[in-house]
Design a protein around this ligand. Sequence first.
Ligand SMILES: [Zn+2]
Length: 236
Amino acid sequence: MIKEIEILVEMQKRDDIISEKDILTETLPRELNSLIKNLEEADLVQENTKNDLDENLTAQKLKELDINDNNEHIEKYKNQLLTIKTNKEYKALNSEVSHLETKNSQIDDELIVLMEEETVLRDNLKEAEIKQKYAEEQLKANEEKLKRKIEQVKKDIEEIRKKRNELARNLSRQLVKRYGALIRNKGKKAVVFNIKNACSGCGYTIRPQLIIEIREGNKIVSCENCGRMLVSESKD
Ligand SMILES: [Zn+2]
């Protein structure tokens, strides 16, 4: 039985490494996804800012056209004023001119607001471009590295699992089944140690009779609380 216990301890060591590497199989892809997402977001911000700037410039152009159009009318009315005969007509035309002048001054105010917005948008676009470039560089610099690491971890796990399964071939089917069930159901810990007369898996105090049995190593002792296989404190 001592030989079997040693094998179980070795199998547990392999499963401990697999557990550690399993975490990497989640964190590494997450790291990669976050870099991809960062770039997507940076692309989107840049695109939206660019669109906002384009819209702003179009709006400015339209307002300038309006001002020009109004100015042409003003010019025309002013020329007409020189040839007008009646007071009534003069008044009407004069009021139209001042109406257009007021309108132009309003449009001018709106243009100033748009130009201020343009300055902000150009700054934002510059910032967005820098962030986009950085996100692109980050992904470029890490993508292959992370993909390689992910592949390596998968390969490592496969190899360790193979070695663990080779070890398992030296045990009875029943014992392997029991070990496997504990690994699945007990937080990847099937084999635990007697550490200062307590189970290292759950902390439950081990009865003196069981402590003797564990030390003798003639049979596999289960923790009376968690059911894991108890072995003597590891020497390494
Ligand atoms: Zn226990």
